[in-house]
Every structure is written in structure tokens, then in C-alpha cells.
Design a protein around this ligand. Structure first.
Ligand SMILES: C[S@@+](CC[C@H](N)C(=O)[O-])C[C@H]1O[C@@H](n2cnc3c(N)ncnc32)[C@H](O)[C@@H]1O
Length: 314
């Protein structure tokens, strides 16, 4: 089969990828499931699936179902096929230690599979990175909300209402406050049938609300949109009722321009120590204030989560 220049360029691009070459070498030795390939290569499950579907579309990989699990295998049968021919040419020259390690791990994975290791056992310690039917972060969050009971809630910088929609069932009232009419419109359409929802277009730096009127206040991923986060925190403290709770999620202090250039942030986050200082300055009792998680891809942003309560009598 002859190729046009465009087709041959696409083919070169397909194989000009270290992860795809690694996967092909791996699947020469053993037929493996996505979970096994993910476990062996430590690539994310999404990336493994994308690589496999591209290799499969080029005819370099086939799959078959074994006990309801799809197993993938390299398909190098037809040297007349352009993709196979090109890969075989490259393949004959590859001698790579990583590929050797991968193959050893693949043999181990197959041994475990045949020894009756369950799916859950194969992902022990990394289950949050793997798919299993129905077990999504959203499903877990919605289920765990059953443990939560809230009063009058104010979500400052509520965006298009994702968080209010999640919580509203558990509240007495939910006030969505945002500077953007577009986002408030989207929030309104998400929550339109719920009588507990209220909407307020305002600037978080000057909230037109009465002191001590909320039981819970949320500042979720909004403090990076103000030049005066300390003023926003002071205002939130003022709006809380005694015994009320302020919950904050924000970026840890960082130095990456992408947050400002692409996401319109106006400051570069706050360290847990600085945030804790601000909360205490406003006479809030800090339950916890720390790095809660770190993203798994560059530039590896860290998220600070804080929970603080307004003491009775303040
Ligand atoms: C990253 S989004 C977070 C939305 C929401 N809190 C969430 O976690 O899904 C930031 C939100 O802050 C809002 N925002 C930015 N500057 C603001 C300001 N000065 N006052 C009120 N809201 C503001 C934006 O319109 C946007 O909806």
C-alpha cells in the first residue's frame, strides 16, 4: 500500500511518541488490560486509553474480551501494512532497559491475574486513579453529602453554581454571590427550581450583606481573584453568625504565570501559614488550614484548604 505525504507524516507522528512505543513493546510480550498497562507504565488511565485507541485505529493493536475485561495485544502480523512495516523497522533497532523493566512487570501482572488477584487488589494504594463502574468523585461526593447538614449558606464567587447545586439539598438557604452576570445566569438556570436559592451580583471586595447573617460561608477558588484577599476574609468573618463556619479552598503560593495569563488570577495564591494568620487576625478559630492536595500534572499546583469557626460572643 502506497501513502501520500500527509499519511506518511501522520504515521511518523503516531510512532514519534515514547509512551506509545513503550506500550507497543509491552503488548508484544503479553495481552494486557488498561488497568494493567496503567499500573506498569504509571501513565494515567486516560492517557493509556487514548494511546491505545490511536494504536488500534492504525491497526498496531487489537483487543479481545476475556472475562468481561478488554485485553490489548500488539498486532504485528502484516509487514505489508505501512504502520506495521514502519514499526517493525524501528522495533528491530530498539534495545531499551525501560522496555525490559516493563516486560518483567507485565509478566508479574499476568501471574497475579492468573493467581486470582481481584481488580481491587491490582490497584491497591492507587484506586483513586483508576476507573471502576459508577465509582466517580461526583458519585462519592453526592453520597457523602448525606452526612452534611447546613443552615443559611453564602457562596462567594459562586461561578456557574456547581458547588451550590451539590449542597443546596442540605441547606436552609443558598446565596450565590458573583461579580459576573453571565455566571449568575448559568447558576440560576442550574438551580432554577429550588426555592432555597438566592442570587446576588456583587463584588466580593464589598459585599452588600448584613453582618451575622450566614451559618456557613464558602470561598472556593476565588481568593486568587482579589488584590485584597485579607479584606475578603475579614468581610466573610463579619457576615458569619457566632458558631458559623468559613470554608476556603485556594491555591498555595506559587510562581507560575499560567494562572494569571490564562485564568485571570490577580494574585499567586496564599501559603497555609499566611492564610491561617489572616483567619486568626479576624478572631476565627482555625480547625485546620493546610495543603489538601496537589495536582498530578505540571506545574503541580497545590491547593490549601481551611476551615475556621466564628467563636460564640463575637
Ligand atoms: C474559578 S471560579 C470558581 C467558581 C466556584 N467557586 C467553584 O469553585 O466552582 C471564580 C469565580 O469568581 C468570580 N469572581 C471573580 N472576581 C470576583 C469578584 N471581585 N467578586 C465576586 N466574584 C468574583 C468569577 O466570576 C468566577 O465565577
Amino acid at each position: 500500500m502506497q501513502l501520500s505525504i500527509d499519511q506518511s507524516t501522520l504515521l511518523c507522528r503516531l510512532l514519534a511518541d515514547a509512551s506509545r512505543q513503550r506500550i507497543l513493546l509491552l503488548l508484544e510480550a503479553e495481552a494486557l488490560s488498561v488497568a494493567e498497562i496503567t499500573q506498569i507504565t504509571r501513565l494515567s488511565q486516560g492517557r493509556v486509553s487514548t494511546h491505545l485507541s490511536r494504536l488500534r485505529a492504525a491497526g498496531l493493536v487489537t483487543d479481545e474480551r476475556v472475562n468481561n475485561v478488554r485485553h490489548f495485544r500488539a498486532n504485528l502480523g502484516d509487514p505489508e501494512d505501512p504502520a506495521t512495516g514502519l514499526w517493525q523497522t524501528l522495533r528491530a533497532r530498539i534495545d531499551d532497559q525501560q522496555a525490559e523493566f516493563d516486560r518483567e512487570k507485565a509478566r508479574e501482572a499476568v501471574r497475579r491475574r492468573h493467581a486470582g488477584t481481584s481488580w481491587a487488589e491490582t490497584v491497591a494504594g492507587r484506586m483513586e486513579r483508576h476507573y471502576s463502574p459508577g465509582r466517580s468523585w461526583e458519585a462519592n461526593a453526592r453520597a457523602l453529602l448525606g452526612l452534611v447538614s447546613l443552615g443559611d449558606v453564602l457562596d462567594i464567587g459562586s461561578g456557574d453554581g456547581v458547588v451550590p447545586e451539590l449542597l443546596i439539598e442540605r441547606t436552609r438557604s443558598m446565596t450565590c454571590a458573583d461579580i459576573s452576570p453571565t455566571l449568575l445566569r448559568a447558576a440560576r438556570s442550574r438551580l432554577q427550581n429550588d426555592p432555597r436559592a438566592r442570587f446576588l451580583q456583587c463584588d466580593m471586595n464589598a459585599l452588600p450583606l448584613a453582618p451575622a447573617s450566614f451559618d456557613q460561608i464558602l470561598l472556593m477558588h476565588v481568593l486568587t481573584y482579589t488584590l485584597t484577599p485579607e479584606r475578603v476574609i475579614a468581610n466573610a468573618a463579619r457576615l458569619l453568625r457566632p458558631g458559623g463556619t468559613l470554608l476556603i479552598a485556594t491555591l498555595d503560593k506559587h510562581e507560575y504565570g499560567i494562572a494569571e495569563e490564562t485564568f485571570d488570577h490577580v494574585n499567586q495564591g496564599m501559603s497555609p501559614a499566611t492564610l491561617q494568620g489572616e483567619l486568626e487576625r479576624n478572631e476565627l478559630a482555625v480547625d485546620w488550614c493546610d495543603i489538601a492536595c496537589q495536582e498530578g500534572r505540571p506545574p503541580y499546583f497545590k491547593v490549601v484548604v481551611a476551615r475556621a469557626c466564628k467563636r460564640a460572643g463575637h
